[in-house]
Structure formats: structure tokens, C-alpha cells
Write a protein that binds this ligand. Structure first.
Ligand code: GRF
Length: 221
């Protein structure tokens, strides 16, 4: 088996996506190792989750740095010193400065709780719910200079039911996030991701309709 992919996971809050990545690694479904978990919030529940699994954690607080650039210089130093292959943003509530993107070109990914390019930014589940869409979902994408605008790696679709609330919809989306994020990372671990402009192709994907898109009707939702 190939060397495990070295991950740096950046969080700000609950860390349920971090937990799902940990669980997939521990059950052997994801060939990766989490070298460091970094949070900009020292109250983040995700830090406790990481520590429970013996993972190294670092807190980078805004107030300890003069500028955003200074904080990101330290962030880059930590990621580089851990020889990180892939930077995984998992509920990290901060925009990275261009220096980080330059230090890790096409090596920073994010999960977003909507079907991009619809509903970028914050409160996506609420915005989708209030808009009245019939389907929503989640997206794993590369980070570029924009907000939630980078090339899309994998998406998952969920239906919006008539009796849904913002909360029930968000919970349905989160459940899918926990499936597609480890899956997207495993594509990296297997060297299967090819980017051409905005387009991401998954090499050797046999059932592309099932792999690149979780369609609820196909999945027997
Ligand atoms: C998720 O909904 C993710 O899509 C968004 O932030 C939330 C993080 O949740 N970027 P968690 O901290 O992984 O539980």
C-alpha cells in the first residue's frame, strides 16, 4: 500500500467532519494520517475530539498575532514542518491569505454545506432552506482566492422535504458531509485527482455517477 497521505486539519468548531475523517482512518477506509489539527478557537470541541485520539493539536489565536499575514506565516511554518501533503479545512471559519494558497497550490480543500455555486459563504443551509430549493447538499472543493469558488471535487445531493426545518435539513446535509469528505481525501491518497482549469476528474472512476455525485434516488434514499 502507498504511504499514508499526511493531513493537516484546520477547524474552528464542533469538528464532526474531523471526527469522520478520524473514524475512516481508524477503520482502514482512508489511507491517511492526521499529523496536526489546528484551531483558531481554543474552545473548539474538535480539539477535544482530536486529543481523545492522541492527535497533536495547535491553537492559533488571532489576538496573539499582529496581522492576518503573521498568523498565516506561523500556520504555513507548522504545516510545512509537519510535511503536510493535503490541508483539509473542516469548518475552519477564516479566509486564508494568498501566502497559504501559494505555499500549498492545489493542496487545500474545503467542505461546504450547499451545492456550490449556490449558497456560498456562511448560513448556507438557512439560505437554501429559505430560498425554497427542492434539493440541496454539500460540496468538497479546492480553495482558491475566492469564497467557496474553487474547482469542485465531489458533491452530494439531499432532498428538501415539505416538513423540513432549517435544522433537519442541516442535519441531513451534515450526514452526507461525513461520507464525501473522507471519500474525496481517499481520492487524493490514491493519486486519482486530476485538475484541468475548473474541472476535476477522478481517474479510473468506474461508476462516475455514484462516485462524483451521490444521488439520493440511486442510493435508495
Ligand atoms: C460543516 O457544515 C461544514 O460544511 C462547514 O462548517 C461545518 C463544520 O462542522 N464548512 P463540523 O465542525 O465539522 O462539525
Amino acid at each position: 500500500m502507498a504511504e499514508p497521505l499526511k493531513l493537516g486539519v484546520l477547524i474552528s468548531g464542533s469538528g464532526s467532519n474531523l471526527q469522520s475523517i478520524i473514524d475512516h482512518i481508524e477503520k482502514g477506509a482512508l489511507n491517511a494520517i492526521i499529523k496536526v489539527v489546528i484551531s483558531n478557537n481554543h474552545h473548539a470541541l474538535g480539539l477535544t475530539r482530536a486529543q481523545k485520539h492522541g492527535l497533536p493539536v495547535v491553537v492559533l489565536k488571532h489576538e496573539d498575532f499582529r496581522t492576518r499575514e503573521d498568523l498565516d506565516t506561523e500556520l504555513i511554518r507548522i504545516l510545512k514542518s509537519n510535511e503536510i501533503d493535503l490541508v483539509v479545512l473542516a469548518g475552519f471559519m477564516r479566509i486564508l491569505t494568498p501566502a497559504v494558497l501559494k505555499a500549498f497550490p492545489h493542496k487545500i480543500i474545503n467542505i461546504h454545506p450547499a451545492l456550490l455555486p449556490s449558497f456560498p459563504g456562511i448560513h448556507s443551509q438557512k439560505n437554501a432552506f429559505e430560498y425554497g430549493v427542492k434539493f440541496s447538499g454539500c460540496t468538497v472543493h479546492f480553495i482558491d482566492e475566492g469564497v467557496d469558488t474553487g474547482p469542485i471535487i465531489i458533491q452530494s445531493v439531499v432532498p428538501v422535504f415539505q416538513d423540513d426545518t432549517e435544522e433537519t435539513l442541516a442535519a441531513r446535509i451534515l450526514k452526507e458531509e461525513h461520507q464525501i469528505y473522507p471519500r474525496a481525501i481517499q481520492f487524493f491518497a490514491e493519486g486519482k485527482i486530476k485538475i484541468t482549469g475548473r474541472k476535476v476528474q477522478i481517474k479510473d472512476a468506474k461508476e462516475i455517477s455514484l462516485i462524483a455525485l451521490h444521488n439520493p434516488s440511486l442510493a435508495g434514499f
